[in-house]
Design a protein around this ligand. Structure first.
Ligand code: PHE
Length: 342
């Protein structure tokens, strides 16, 4: 067989198998067989070197045509396969979809918002206080002068400061916000202040060195203790969503007179007495009372005309009751299994 015949046969062969090239793998086999460095077409070019000079020109011409022909088929098929890949051809629509988890607000943030809404419904405005306070607002103006024994009730974190004659601290309660608000506006005042507080406490299932409180303050003419009780009852019903019994117990705070603490029925034992409530059947959730006239003195309100009540509740405690959380540390371990439930 002379070389021209071989060229013609190869072309027929290529035409024949063209329709069999139906996958990228087969296309690659085709390329290696015909167009590769050791492929048939290169072999023919080798062979051409030894043909008679007189036929070199026509042989060269048809060999070049063969090469272009094979290359064209290769290019066409290749672009066909690439097009398919751009579309849906390789996507398995029966595979399950990918899910991704949405985050959600932390239980504490949710609670601060819930509580704010509950009080907003009865006319309270929401304020933010300062987390770094001075001694004056955290203690003095709240009727707690320097050597007053009640300063020892709260172990304070002091903050290093360059300011002379003024000590700064991490607020031990949200009550300093009462002072800041009254300093800045005349009565009437009806506000709540949610936020973080800090105390240097031994960490246990019941206490942490950082926790949240919501402070409430209502000052107007003729505000009575009865209104305080009514407001707290309303709150307890709204927040716990069920008929949990509450009770007020006489207590002491330097900035309220008279003072009380509110307890809620123990969620675990339903007031029968257990480890969580220390066998009392009750859990304390807030301190409250009528604003002490001395405090009004500090902010320049006339205590002959105005009276008011204040309260401060511990959020973690309150949530432990609402959701039956047995250990306060669970709020901050950020275990997804815990967080996911809320
Ligand atoms: N600030 C008090 C505390 O941290 C609570 C309180 C607030 C009591 C307002 C009376 C009035 O325990």
């Amino acid at each position: 067989m002379n070389i021209l015949e071989k060229i013609r046969l190869t072309k027929i062969q290529i035409e024949d198998i063209k329709s069999d090239i139906n996958s990228p793998d087969k296309l690659e086999q085709f390329r290696i067989k015909y167009l590769g460095r050791n492929g048939l077409i290169n072999e023919l070019f080798e062979e051409m070197k030894s043909v008679d000079k007189s036929v070199k020109a026509p042989v060269g011409k048809s060999l070049n045509e063969l090469k272009l022909f094979a290359q064209k088929i290769f290019d066409e098929k290749k672009s066909d396969f690439e097009k398919k890949n751009d579309g849906m051809a390789d996507i398995d629509v029966t595979l399950p979809g990918r899910t991704f988890n949405l985050g959600s607000k932390h239980l504490i943030s949710q609670a601060l918002e819930d509580i704010s809404r509950i009080f907003e419904r009865i006319g309270f405005k929401v304020y933010e206080g300062l987390e770094i306070e001075d001694e004056y607002h955290n203690f003095d103006a709240l009727n707690t002068p320097e050597h007053h024994p009640s300063r020892d009730m709260q172990d304070t974190f002091y903050v290093k400061s360059e300011v002379k004659d003024k000590r700064y601290l991490l607020r031990t309660h949200t009550s300093p916000a009462q002072i800041r608000i009254m300093e800045n506006q005349p009565p009437p005042v009806r506000v709540i202040v949610p936020g973080k507080c800090y105390r240097n406490e031994a960490i246990s299932s019941r206490s942490l060195s950082m926790f949240h409180q919501v402070e409430g303050l209502y000052v107007d003419k003729k505000v009575s203790f009865r209104e305080l009780k009514g407001t707290l009852d309303y709150f307890a019903k709204e927040f716990f969503g069920k008929e949990l019994k509450t009770r007020l117990r006489p207590s002491f705070f330097p900035f309220t007179e008279p003072s009380a603490e509110m307890d809620v029925e123990c969620y675990l034992c339903k007031s029968k007495g257990c480890r969580i409530c220390k066998y009392t059947g009750w859990l304390e959730i807030l301190g409250c009372g009528m604003v002490d006239p001395n405090v009004f003195e500090f902010v320049g309100y006339d205590s002959e005309i105005y009276s008011g009540y204040a309260f401060g509740m511990g959020i973690e405690r309150t949530l432990m009751i609402r959701h039956g959380v047995p250990d306060i540390r669970m709020f901050y371990e950020n275990d997804i299994r815990f967080l996911k439930q809320f």
